[in-house]
Design a protein around this ligand. Structure first.
Ligand code: GAL
Length: 342
């Protein structure tokens, strides 16, 4: 196992982590992001995630792809939340009036980095200090995300954080999978299975309505795997008008909670998390997909598994808690295991 460090353009670095199976995980300190995850399939390396070739491209085209999102992943309605009865106003997007992914968030910063080689894994630990008042959020927040690649072909994402004042923290990783290795191919023939019995209804602005819906009998039932094309064919009937998935699903504890299989059935990603929900976004970019790796990202050219407390929790506290207090240590872990059919 080894780690190779290279320049990624701008002030950014790329770290390529390799395991004994020939798997290569590339991560960057720009946005503490995953850039690439390649596995050997029939003797050739196959890409499994979306990404660009340089830090500049991320800045210009889409800084969220593969990044660590914070302080709050997803939307905070009107940028308002309260802690212990005190109301806070964070920055809002002037077009939507809501805060998305923390505003000028963690995806846009160059993080500090440290490499670690252990017997069974190679890791890069990224850290960032977010000052009190950053985008309107209270508390000096020290965050870290550790990415490891194990010899079992697991990409382990471990978040930690500490604050000096009560604040909210709800991070995620914004990886998009496309298991064909070709971003110009829609994920239509991928099969998705999720141990999720309920999803969060959202409106046309992707704001949770407050309703948790039983998946049974709906197109959102992935409890027994189904092809994404079935979902895309069915969304026309959806009130939100969202052309695909952009919804939080409430997970059960049965791991792996999510599995995604490539059209040729040779690659499966198994996701296991200690988060209560996953936001699944199917890159509903229509014709506006960016140029990527020498081609153009297809509409529905990727699928995220954003593990977190469901957005909307700031308005519906019964969905969980994202409050972090000075005497607490935030810890959260999600494992993406890539299984290649031999
Ligand atoms: C997702 C969000 C989408 C979109 C995307 C970024 O997490 O749910 O609505 O904003 O991030 O392109």
């Amino acid at each position: 196992m080894e780690i190779i460090k290279k320049s990624f353009g701008k002030e950014a670095n790329l770290f390529i982590l390799k395991n004994d199976k020939g798997t290569e995980l590339a991560v960057s300190d720009q946005g503490a992001r995953i850039v690439s995850l390649k596995v050997l399939v029939d003797g050739k390396l196959r890409e499994t995630v979306l990404g660009f070739d340089s830090a500049e491209e991320y800045s210009e085209k889409d800084p969220y792809i593969g990044s660590s999102v914070g302080r709050f992943a997803g939307r905070i309605k009107n940028g308002k939340f309260s802690i212990d009865g005190k109301e806070y106003q964070v920055t809002v997007d002037p077009e939507t009036g809501h805060n998305l992914h923390g505003g000028y968030g963690f995806d846009k910063y160059i993080w500090q980095s440290a490499e670690q080689v252990e017997d069974d894994r190679v890791s890069v630990i990224f850290t960032l200090e977010s000052k009190a008042g950053d985008e309107g959020f209270p508390g000096n927040l020290s965050v870290s995300v550790k990415y490891s690649l194990t010899n079992e072909n697991e990409w382990v994402v471990h978040y930690s954080a500490k604050t000096d004042e009560a604040t909210i923290y709800n991070p995620t990783n914004h990886v998009y999978f496309n298991l064909t290795g070709d971003p110009s191919q829609a994920i239509d023939e991928h099969v998705l299975q999720m141990n999720a019995n309920r999803y969060v209804e959202v409106d046309g602005d992707v704001i949770p309505t407050g309703k948790l819906v039983d998946v049974k009998g709906t197109i959102f039932d992935f409890t027994t795997g189904k092809q994404m094309s079935e979902l895309f064919a069915g969304v026309a009937s959806e009130a939100s008008g969202i052309d695909g998935l952009d919804h939080p699903f409430l997970l059960t504890e049965d791991a792996p909670q999510v599995t995604l299989t490539s059209p040729d059935k040779k690659v499966t990603v198994e996701m296991t998390t200690d988060s209560p929900s996953v936001v699944v976004f199917t890159a509903n970019f229509g014709e506006n997909g960016p140029a990527m790796r020498g081609t153009k990202l297809a509409d529905h050219g990727g699928i995220t598994m954003e593990t977190q407390v469901p957005p909307g929790v700031t308005d519906y506290p019964e969905w969980g808690s994202v409050v972090l207090r000075p005497d607490e240590a935030f810890e959260q872990e999600t494992v993406f295991k890539v299984v290649v059919e031999e």
